[in-house]
Design a binder for this molecule. Structure first.
Ligand code: F6R
Length: 616
């Protein structure tokens, strides 16, 4: 949430920062701004709206200088206005600051600073921190300007409650940026004679793959030819360099209209990458390199607890079904945001997993920390290498689906489903699942990329369905067992990108309330299972049809639906039970995408949302 970019080097800073902001815009798109430092003064351009708007209204020569910082905002404190856009300047004009996170005690700090004569132009907590640094700077004894600047940032951060990823410049220090993080991601890119700061690697991969992930409580001091990392307590930290494997092309549209569309169609390859090298040689189970637990450890587990938010939470519900079904281990699924405050009694041999595409979702991170505090092992499923959750977990599994830029999760979600299915297999084979059942399961998983490829051929049909249904204002998505979470996911996808009201329900629950919504004006999307549940779901469809509700059925090829029951029938390939949720997801993704596109919505940047929710 909110994108941060900083640059110090030999090039003009503003174009590099603006390019980075464009790549980061999915983290927040309420406003954007850039400040550069030239001859001891700041040049500042900031504006409510998109980065493109800022670029169009700011001629390049307005922002000279080779040191600068920039920001895209997802509003927390204060409305979406030019004044609330970052960077913020201190009222004495000495400091410029960008900030990702929330300063919880900003009101008392502001009162203090107003008493000291500082003035404020915005309603943000960020401007408070900026003035606080200026206040400490003017109080700090004049040693060298650089260390005075560093000390003033350090002292200010000691007074701050809340979370931050910040970058600050000072007019007295013409080629310096100080950055710090607590609870909000910050990455240092080390290029050829230049350094970059970013909240996300996609902002810097066009310039360098060489990065240092800052940890909570660390600060970076960048100068034109050097950098140093210290703790908030002023202890030196030796930087650990990592190499980013994502390529620039992965973060580009490559001819697609939207990132969401691209990411939907990338799923066959993405899923192939998620499972590559993760099947045992005997072909009867899964294997994972980074779990850091032995088979004996796994045997001792008598409960699994899954924590996540949003779509990732839906993937946990599917994993719950599969782990209980195939591994016969009881599973609890919690919203990460609820778990940390619920103080739920926990068993002794519980293994925790967090699932988070970004690896930065603050609620999931806090839940992970809470479980670890209680002495549990926590493993993480995450897509972003080096993300905070991945680093703080005791072990885990990377998704390897490449950057997901569309705000609505697609390829990361299906990869979470796949990895959940693989975990069910892995734990199941350590218990009662037989060699032959394990081998059949592995064969089914290996077939996923091709089945997804085949299912994507439904795109023209779903585009046509979308055209016919885009004008409706309410939808129900209904499914049972492992398809119930896919109903939730379908409803979430539709509402977040098209702004159409939609609800996901277990199909049989529909008659306990939601059936009151049914009319000719409220279509129901049914995810129809084969097997024992088929007839039960067909009965639910009949109840809807009897009340004149339009029905869109997503059903496997062999399902013999009574004639005339569904207004639209979308046929997905027959598949293994563990694979079905993945395959059934594809049509709901396509349907939502085409409805949103038909309505002319800003699919990749839906209103009020941002990728990676790093505030509580
Ligand atoms: C919905 C969506 C969100 C995320 C949620 C968790 O399309 O993308 O609901 O799934 O914010 O994000 P991660 O997985 O990054 O923790």
């Amino acid at each position: 949430m909110c994108g941060i970019v900083g640059y110090i080097g030999k090039q003009k800073a503003a174009p590099v920062i603006l390019e980075g902001l464009k790549r980061l815009e999915y983290r927040g798109y309420d406003s954007a701004g850039v400040a550069t430092l030239v001859d001891g003064r700041f040049e500042l351009a900031k504006k409510a709206g998109r980065v493109e708007g800022l670029i169009l209204s700011t001629p390049a020569q307005r922002l000279p200088g080779t040191t600068g910082i920039g920001h895209t905002r997802w509003a927390t404190h204060g409305g979406v206005t030019d004044a609330n856009a970052h960077p913020h300047l201190s009222s004495d004009g000495r400091m410029a600051l960008i900030h990702n996170g929330v300063i919880e005690n900003y009101a008392s700090l502001k009162k203090f600073l107003v008493g000291k004569g500082y003035t404020f132009k915005s309603e943000t907590d960020t401007e408070v921190l900026c003035n606080l640094i200026a206040y400490h700077y003017q109080k700090e004894p004049a040693t060298s300007e650089g260390s005075r600047f560093m000390e003033s940032v350090r002292k200010s951060l000691r007074h701050v409650d809340g979370t931050y990823g910040i970058a600050v410049m000072c007019t007295d220090c013409p080629a310096e940026i100080i950055a710090a993080r607590k609870g909000s991601p910050l990455i240092l890119g080390v290029g050829d004679g230049e350094y970059m700061l970013a909240s996300d690697v996609s902002a810097i991969i066009s310039r360098t793959q060489n990065v240092v992930y800052l940890k909570d409580g660390e600060m970076a001091h960048l100068t034109a030819g050097n950098f140093a990392i210290t703790t908030l307590g002023a202890e030196d930290v030796s930087p650990v360099f990592d190499t980013v494997t994502w390529r620039v092309e992965d973060a580009e549209l490559n001819g697609y209209a939207h990132f969401m569309e691209k990411e939907i169609f990338e799923q066959p390859d993405a899923l192939e990458n998620s499972m590559r090298g993760r099947f045992a040689e005997d072909g009867s189970t899964a294997q994972f390199g980074g779990l850091n637990l032995t088979a004996v450890d796994f045997r001792q587990i008598d409960r699994v607890h899954l924590l996540a938010c949003g779509s990732a939470w839906h993937s946990c519900l599917v994993a719950e079904y599969l782990i209980e079904r195939f591994a016969r281990v009881p599973v609890d699924v919690d919203y990460a945001s609820e778990f940390r405050y619920r103080n739920t009694p926990l068993g002794r041999n519980t293994l925790f997993f967090t699932i988070s595409q970004s690896g930065e979702t603050i609620d999931t991170l806090a839940a992970l920390r809470e479980a670890k505090r209680k002495g549990y092992k926590v493993l993480a499923v995450s897509n972003v290498v080096g993300s905070t959750i991945a680093r703080e977990a005791d072990g885990g599994v990377y998704q390897h689906v490449g950057p997901e830029i569309g705000v609505a999760s697609t390829k990361a979600f299906t990869s979470q489903l796949l990895l959940g299915a693989m975990l069910a297999l892995y734990i199941g084979r350590m218990r009662d699942m037989s060699f032959s059942d394990g081998s059949a399961y592995v064969q089914a998983l290996k077939g996923v990329p091709n089945l997804v490829r085949q299912t994507l051929l439904l795109a023209p049909q779903l585009k046509a369905v979308a055209r016919r249904y885009a004008h409706f204002h309410d939808f129900l998505f209904l499914g049972r067992l492992s398809l119930f979470p896919i109903a939730l996911e379908g409803a979430l996808k539709l509402k977040e990108i098209s702004y159409i009201h939609a609800e996901g329900y277990p199909a049989a629950e529909m008659k306990h309330g939601p059936i009151a919504l049914i009319s000719e004006q409220c279509p129901s999307v049914f995810l129809v299972p084969s097997g024992e549940m088929f007839h039960k779901v067909v009965s639910s469809m009949q109840e809807i049809k009897a009340r004149k509700g339009p029905v869109i059925a997503i059903a496997a090829e062999g399902c013999d639906l009574p004639a005339g029951l569904a207004d639209e029938v979308v046929r997905i390939p027959e598949c293994h039970e563990a694979v079905l949720p993945i395959i059934a997801t594809i049509p709901v993704q396509l349907l939502s995408y085409y409805i949103a596109a038909e309505l002319g919505r800003d699919v990749d940047k839906p209103r009020n949302l941002a990728k990676s929710v790093t505030v509580e």
